[in-house]
Write a protein that binds this ligand. Structure first.
Ligand code: E4P
Length: 217
């Protein structure tokens, strides 16, 4: 499973990228707002930093303006995935932009039918939002499994990009189901390294080591 990092924080991206933990980056208008930076400046910087796809989201709700915005953000790097919402106009924009050869990430997907339409419209990535479904007492991971089945049934090449990831558990569950990509905030990726038994075991080893009076260096 590829790891995308869901942030516009360039320092956090750089730290994970050096460790080989970043295959791409996703952003959205909320993350741009959180960064406090100009969208074009920050997306161009991120696109320079990483080799993989960098999603930049359009904000128009009508097809024509969405396509114009898509063309504009695509100029920010040769690895830009244009992000459009899963609306009827968004699907039309997806069809147009993917037909022109751009990578397109169709976002705000909450149902298997929406994912089916995005694949038909030529999406490079479909972004089902796990956490926001879980927040409503629905099962976000079930949606990932349904989309996996549907795409595999018909050989759709659209990549399932598990989004709205809130916990390390979401990452391993998405990987078990076979999501192609998961995008998570940097802190969730770091949390994946943690286990209380690792901490406990390390403390015991260090305690015994101190008793030996030895040093390695
Ligand atoms: C990814 O593309 C989405 O923008 C992101 O994962 C949304 O996450 P949230 O539901 O935690 O805001």
């Amino acid at each position: 499973m590829k790891f995308f990092v869901d942030t516009a924080d360039t320092a956090a991206i750089a730290e994970l990228y050096e460790l080989g933990m970043v295959d791409g980056v996703t952003t959205n208008p909320s993350l741009i707002h959180k960064s406090g930076r100009d969208i074009k400046e920050v997306i161009a910087e991120i696109a320079q930093m990483v080799d993989g796809p960098v999603s930049a989201e359009t904000v128009a709700t009508d097809y024509e303006t969405m396509v114009k915005e898509g063309h504009e953000v695509a100029k920010l790097g040769d690895n830009i995935a244009i992000k459009v919402p899963l609306t009827w106009d968004g699907l039309k924009a997806c069809k147009q932009l993917s037909g022109e050869g751009h990578m397109v990430n169709v976002t705000l997907c909450f149902s298997a039918n929406q994912a089916l339409l995005a694949a038909k419209a030529g999406a490079t990535f479909i972004s089902p939002f796990i956490g926001r479904l879980d927040d409503m007492n629905l099962d976000g991971m079930e949606l990932i499994a349904d989309i996996r089945d549907i795409y595999d049934n018909y050989g759709f090449e659209t990549q399932i990009l598990a989004a709205s990831i809130r916990s390390p558990n979401h990452m391993s569950e998405a990987a078990k189901i076979g999501a192609d990509v998961a995008t998570a905030p940097p802190e969730v990726i770091k949390k994946m390294a943690g286990h209380p038994l690792t901490d406990k075991g390390l403390a015991a080893f260090l305690d015994d080591w101190a008793k030996t009076g030895q040093s390695i260096l």
